[in-house]
Design a protein around this ligand. Structure first.
Ligand SMILES: *Cc1c(COP(=O)(O)O)cnc(C)c1O
Length: 396
């Protein structure tokens, strides 16, 4: 049985280009970039080149890129640094949204315990917020606005450029978790008015355990890992050169092929959405238009997402019921709840996140499997029986 992998928002397979780019640094170019000898200096050159290549893709300067262990670390460092910068001026208020990734939300929760105040903007049922809402939430003591570029569960693309303009006008630092956006849709830190931005290589076919933080020149960054002087003194530890090389190569490849990939993905995505909406009492989560090219997120009333996932897995289809971080717990996703879905509906969710290697045949297979599995589960569901008998009202 062929495996159909449609969980690319959780992680992607490495591309051949990325593997090829990293291999020399696992073998012959094994030097420590801090060493003065030739073997070390060759490694340093590779690091510098990767930094320049990544900066070019994001439209910033190489020295504004700091390598991290991934998106989570970049989010933590950005938010904590901006919070500390604000506190030095007596500003301890932060604006964010209710449906950020946990790397952001859990950092904010910690900061609240440390005396910061956070406004979590409610998200509309379409999975969006507006720049006007951000503007209205900004106060004289606001230190930071952190709003994700694109949501990892429902795939909505937020009006980051407008939010950035609002922050610029108000003189407030703006961070965006762009982990789901970079490499998939155009991101330009200048045009988007972004001060700090997080990326992660494994979300665009690079290696796991490596990411980067863009931090605009002039904004002080705090260090969280003390030690050597790596990353301009902001992140100690011998650099993950192989990982960084894979990230630079994967990002360049993704950016070079972005519109061709997006066109292909949008076609597959829309076929899936249209096909799955034919299932009675189903619903697309997240705005249809302002949406990542690869994201499908549906709810089916009367079923449990976990059952759906296991039965799809048995048919070789690897999907998700939301974020990989929340599966394993029986709580419905905080993202779907933030969109206002009732608990019982949020439980029956399915996220299909595609990649360029998915095919029309994959879509056909999924469009045959999902309706059959949903019907099977509904057949066994006491809740569905009550819904069908009219003993409880349909919610979708
Ligand atoms: C995956 C993801 C992260 C975490 O990135 P890691 O590199 O896995 O730490 C953060 N934010 C979003 C939106 C993500 O999708």
């Amino acid at each position: 049985m062929k495996t159909i992998y449609v969980d690319n928002a959780a992680t992607t397979a490495m591309s051949d280009t990325a593997i090829k780019a990293m291999t020399p640094y696992l073998k012959e170019v094994y030097g420590n970039p801090s060493s003065l000898h030739t073997v070390g200096q060759v490694a340093k050159e590779a690091l510098d080149k990767a930094r320049a290549d990544i900066a070019k893709c994001l439209n910033c300067e190489a020295r504004e890129i700091y390598f991290t262990s991934g998106g989570s670390e970049a989010d933590n460092q950005a938010i904590r640094s901006a919070a500390a910068n604000g506190a030095r001026k007596g500003k301890k208020h932060i604006v964010s949204t209710a449906f950020e990734h946990h790397a952001v939300l859990h950092t904010l929760k910690k900061l609240e315990k440390e005396g910061y105040e956070v406004t979590y903007l409610p998200v509309h049922s379409d999975g969006l917020i507006t720049a006007e809402e951000v503007a209205a939430a900004i106060r004289p003591d606001t230190a930071l606005v952190t709003v994700m570029y694109a949501n990892n569960e429902v795939g909505t693309v937020l009006p980051v450029r407008e939010i950035g303009a609002v922050c610029k006008k108000a003189g407030v630092t703006f961070h965006t978790d762009a982990v789901q956006a970079v490499g998939h849709i155009p991101v330009d830190v200048q045009a988007d008015n972004v001060d700090m931005l997080s990326i992660s290589a494994h979300k665009f076919h690079g290696a796991k355990g490596v990411g980067a933080l863009y931090c605009r020149r002039g904004i002080p960054l705090n260090t969280f890992i003390e030690g050597g002087a790596q990353e301009r003194n902001k992140r100690a530890g011998t650099e993950n050169i192989a990982g960084v090389a894979s990230m630079a190569a994967a990002l360049k490849e993704a950016c070079d092929n972005m519109s061709a990939n997006a066109n292909k993905l949008i076609k597959l995505r829309d076929e899936l959405i249209d096909g799955l909406l034919k299932i009675p009492h189903s619903k697309l989560n997240g705005d249809r238009k302002n949406r990542l090219p690869a994201n499908v997120n549906m709810c089916f009333e009367g079923i449990e997402g976990e059952g759906l996932l296991l039965l799809l897995d048995a048919r070789g289809i690897c999907a998700s019921s939301g974020s990989a971080c929340t599966s394993g717990s029986l709580d419905p996703s905080h993202v779907l709840l933030a969109l206002g879905l009732p608990h019982e509906v949020a439980h029956g969710s399915l996220r299909l996140s595609l990649s360029e290697s998915n095919t029309e045949q994959d879509v056909k297979t999924i469009l045959k499997a999902v309706p059959e599995v949903v019907a099977y589960l509904r057949n066994m569901s006491p809740v569905w029986e009550e819904l069908e008998k009219g003993e409880r009202p349909h919610l979708i």
